[in-house]
Design a protein around this ligand. Structure first.
Ligand SMILES: Cc1ncc(COP(=O)(O)O)c(C=O)c1O
Length: 503
């Protein structure tokens, strides 16, 4: 008798572990679609539902919601979390997105019942603490940006852009200056800038950048006339370069009657060190989920407060939070307001986190920007011999490299981005800004250590060396992620976005 067939020791066919293959959708995990994991005691079970609800509210058939036992759901979510890169796993140098580590204490504060369990329809008298927090956050953000007033309502940076442009339109209309229908936007701008302008009904005029990556002031001057409502600028811009001519741009914009809009997505480079208001900006949006360390969410809930100089304060969305002695109240009576831009007062939980973050730093918040810039410059200096840089200028908190002109002919930004995933590093932003071919935009943020910056630089060097030996191998990456390289054309043309029950 061989060892393998000893009684009771026969080799059994062991199924692959649950985490090894494709993860099913929660709908496919099986279970009874009509009953959840627990019977929930409603206290109304002995009264016919029809007595409690009007007929129209009653379903004719049970909702097709997944109903799986709690442990099954918990493991499903755990497996999904392991399949995704996140900041608890490693560096996430996604340029322009400021994927810094979010302190746990901010999460805990946002979950305090006094913040988490209140309802926006409660009487102002019952939610004084929440109103005070919003009032104080507005003051803190005004201090940081140099703006006179701020609305906390917009739910994302892009939403803040649109809100800001609507206020700029209201400002011009109030001055009977109704022919200002154009917005000047640099060619390096984030795509949301022209998109927001178009959505506000404005015509976009693209402004050229110089070889050093900054906006061409002469091109701005050429396009400035009485039809221009605003110039939208990001500073530092999306190449990570400080717009050194910003005071001159502000001067000529104002001389021509236009307003200056600040896209605050890159405030992490300047927070506590320089203020957009002092540079001459009239309207500013902030991405709390970038600089102020609130979660980015999967497209939300974010927060994009928008601030204005005194001359535009009357146009802020309603309601504003005001203080009357010791009391805080909501002011809905603002006749020149552009109106409401979001239900209730924005994503309140994000406001609590941002408030906690700012108060924790206090007057030393400039350390955020100093370390963000230091980290970016260190990483850039380590990568200089590995990738060409898009521009020669010194970077601020992020920089753009390119694979074009690197040692390996044919190595694409996409290949580097995908291969990085095999090394446990999230990819930098690729192919943005669109003015730079084969762009890789790195933003390490202040929360990375020198050790993790060195790891990232070493991995980039290893990938380029690998590509020199065997380019096809790099082109086939990633190999170790749950999903390998997808057919991007197919994914874009025929996306499968909706679960349907199998026939
Ligand atoms: C420069 C810049 N502007 C605007 C936005 C839009 O912000 P949000 O994603 O919060 O809408 C982004 C987002 O990455 C950005 O990088």
């Amino acid at each position: 008798m061989s060892e393998a067939t000893e009684p009771g020791m026969e080799m059994r066919q062991v199924p692959a572990p649950e985490w090894a293959g494709e993860e099913p959708l929660v709908f496919e995990l099986g279970g009874d679609l009509e009953r959840g994991p627990r019977e929930v005691e409603t206290g109304v079970a002995d009264r016919p539902l029809a007595e409690l609800l009007p007929g129209v509210a009653l379903r004719a058939s049970p909702a097709a919601v997944p109903a799986v036992p709690e442990p099954v759901l918990a493991r499903h979510l755990g497996r999904l979390a392991r399949r995704n890169h996140n900041l608890h796993q490693g560096i996430y140098p996604l340029g322009s997105c400021t994927m810094k580590y979010n302190p746990v204490v901010d999460e805990e504060l946002a979950r305090l019942p006094g913040f988490a369990d209140i309802h926006p329809y409660q009487d102002a008298g019952d939610v004084q603490g929440a109103l005070q927090l919003m009032w104080e956050l507005e003051r803190l953000l005004c201090e940081i940006t140099g703006m006179a007033r701020i609305s906390l309502q917009p739910a994302a940076g892009a939403h803040g852009e649109w809100t800001g442009l609507r206020m700029i339109q209201a400002y011009h209309a109030a001055h009977e200056d109704t022919h200002r229908t154009r917005v000047l936007i640099p060619d390096s701008a984030h795509g949301t800038n022209p998109a927001s302008a178009a959505l506000a009904g404005l015509e976009v005029v693209t402004i050229r950048s110089n070889a050093d990556g900054t906006v061409d002031v002469a091109d701005v001057a050429r396009h400035l006339d009485s039809s221009v409502a605003a110039i939208m600028m990001t500073n530092p811009n999306t190449l990570g370069v400080f717009e050194k001519d910003i005071l001159e741009i502000a001067r000529i914009a104002h001389e021509a009657g236009a307003l200056l809009y600040y896209d605050g997505a890159n405030l992490n480079a300047l927070v506590g060190l320089a203020r957009p208001g002092d540079m001459g900006f009239d309207v500013v949006h902030l991405n709390l989920h970038k600089t102020f360390s609130t979660p980015h969410g999967g497209g939300g809930p974010g927060s994009g407060p928008v601030g204005v100089a005194e001359a535009l304060a009357a146009f802020l969305p309603t309601p504003t939070v005001e203080r009357d002695g010791d009391r805080f109240l909501l002011d809905h009576d603002r006749p020149q307001s552009i109106g409401k831009v979001r239900s209730y007062y924005g994503n309140f939980g994000m406001l609590v986190r941002a408030y906690a973050y700012i108060r924790a730093y206090g007057s030393s918040i400039s350390a955020v920007a100093e370390n963000a810039v230091l980290n970016a410059r260190y990483l850039q200096s380590r990568l200089r011999g590995i990738f060409p840089m898009a521009v020669a200028s010194d970077s601020m908190h992020e920089f753009v490299a390119t694979t074009k002109g690197s040692r390996v002919v044919g190595l694409r930004a996409l290949d580097v981005a995908k291969r990085l995933l095999d090394y446990g590093v999230y990819a930098p932003t690729a192919y943005f800004p669109t003015t730079i071919p084969e762009a890789l935009m790195f933003e390490p943020t202040e929360t990375e250590s020198m050790r993790s910056l060195d790891l990232l630089a070493d991995v980039c060097a290893a990938i380029v060396a690998e590509a020199e030996r065997d380019l096809d191998h790099v082109r086939g990456a990633p190999y170790l992620t749950p999903v390998s390289r997808v057919d991007e054309v197919e994914a874009a043309r025929r996306p499968v976005l909706r679960w349907r029950r199998a026939e």
